[in-house]
Ligand binder design. Structure first.
Ligand code: CTP
Length: 395
């Protein structure tokens, strides 16, 4: 989604400046043109050559450079940027921005731009907590700047505390959310379920399925990037929650049912991407079940289908992962569960299904129309499904 964007990346003097190289690299790989701006202090921590090599573009340091190709350099960079990211933002850069002092290329560009500005503070914990820094950050927040972090952890001083630059993934998430805040899902509340539910047999064993949660997470990110406020009800523990998404961690079907029903109150749409267990063990042992000489039969009870319980004005979208009779099975589920759309996917198809990074969806609507979406990354496939959800809000 960063294709065609021009991101002005301001780097100020902090030991974490080396991490800005990773950000510049990821932004470039994602298709953005990156204009790097460095304060004099930043050049003491990381070389302009590194950034120039990564972005394959000139790096701006000197605001009075007579050799510059750009006439009013800072104004031109500020004008063409679709977002300005200051990472790391040191305490003194934050102070300059709060004062509106334009004494280097970074503060000049921030002052001159009309694009959204993201700040990722990084400094020692005591500097972050200092009354002056806190007041400056508050001022900048009130002016609409997006402040991301800082994180807590080990600082360059060796102490633990708040002051670490957030990781690149978080910053990219915050940037995408900011760029998409006026998208076609702006003002919409979306609930997404993800992962496979786990039904415990005893304290060490459970029944589950192979769902990785990747499709649900891709949907949550894609909806966030189009302006939605997203609640993600997820069983997945090994994947970080996308930035800006509200995570409700769950384990069993009963947990998921309760979390989804609560989150759906006042929501505009529900997308059930989770693979929900149809059965649970009739008994859950409190202590570990020990082996014996006899065979064991597992008695299972049926779980209720909670998609059926959700009514009202909400748009409901289900998934049907099948190995046989894909379209016929998906159509039956669409009707039986009262869905607006169902996304069917053939688990036997190459590149589709659980744990893959790609998916080939077949979307069926209430009228029975079938849309064959090609094999795409799960993020792109999620956007194709959201393209079908958006028009339903107004119908
Ligand atoms: N679903 C649900 N509650 C359940 C079971 C499923 O809300 N107890 C939702 C799933 O999240 C999915 C859709 O219903 O969006 C279809 O789920 P699936 O497991 O494919 O269908 P089932 O109705 O359980 O049928 P079967 O397992 O026999 O294919």
């Amino acid at each position: 989604m960063l294709n065609g964007h021009v991101i002005a990346l301001g780097i100020s003097g902090s030991i974490s400046a080396y991490k800005a190289a990773d950000l510049a690299s990821k932004l470039t790989q994602a298709g953005a043109d990156v204009d790097v701006l460095m304060t004099g202090a930043a050049t003491r921590f990381i070389t302009p050559l590194t950034l120039r090599s990564i972005t394959r573009r000139p790096v701006f340091i000197d605001m009075f450079d007579p050799a510059s190709e750009l006439a009013e350099e800072h104004v031109e960079i500020a004008r063409r940027a679709t977002a300005v990211v200051v990472a790391p933002a040191s305490a003194s850069t934050i102070a300059r921005l709060a004062r509106g002092a334009a004494t280097d290329v970074v503060s000049l560009t921030v002052l001159a731009t009309l694009a959204p500005v993201l700040l990722a503070p990084a400094m020692d914990g005591q500097m972050w907590e200092a009354a002056a820094t806190q007041a400056n950050i508050e001022t900048l927040r009130e002016r609409g700047y997006v402040v991301v972090g800082p994180d807590e952890g080990r600082l360059a001083s060796g102490r633990m505390g708040l002051g670490r630059l957030v990781d690149t993934e978080t910053l990219l998430g915050a940037l995408k959310q900011t760029l998409g805040r006026d998208g076609d899902f702006a003002g919409r509340r979306l609930v997404v379920s993800a992962g496979g539910t786990r039904e415990p047999l005893d304290p060490v064993r459970y029944i589950s399925n192979y769902s990785s949660g990747k499709m649900g997470y891709a949907l949550a990110e894609a909806a966030r990037d189009r302006g939605a406020a997203v609640t993600l009800v997820s069983t997945v523990t090994e994947r970080p929650c996308p930035y800006g998404v509200r995570l409700v961690p769950v384990e069993t079907v009963a947990d998921m049912r309760e979390a989804v029903l609560t989150a759906c109150d006042g929501a505009d749409a529900l997308i059930m991407a989770a693979a929900v267990s149809d059965y649970r063990p009739a008994e859950r042992a409190v202590r570990k079940v020990k082996k014996g000489p006899e065979e064991k039969l597992l008695a299972l009870e049926k779980n209720d289908d909670f998609l059926l319980e959700i009514g009202g004005a909400i748009i409901k979208v289900g998934f049907a992962a099948e190995t046989d009779d894909l379209l016929a099975n998906a159509r039956v589920k669409l009707d039986a569960k009262g869905l607006h759309l169902i996304a069917a996917n053939d688990l036997t198809a190459e590149g589709s299904g659980f744990a893959t990074d790609t998916n080939q969806l077949t979307i069926i609507d209430k009228a029975g129309e079938v849309e064959e979406v090609p094999l795409l990354s799960k993020y792109d496939a999620a956007n194709r499904l959201l393209d079908r959800v958006a028009p339903l809000f107004d119908s």
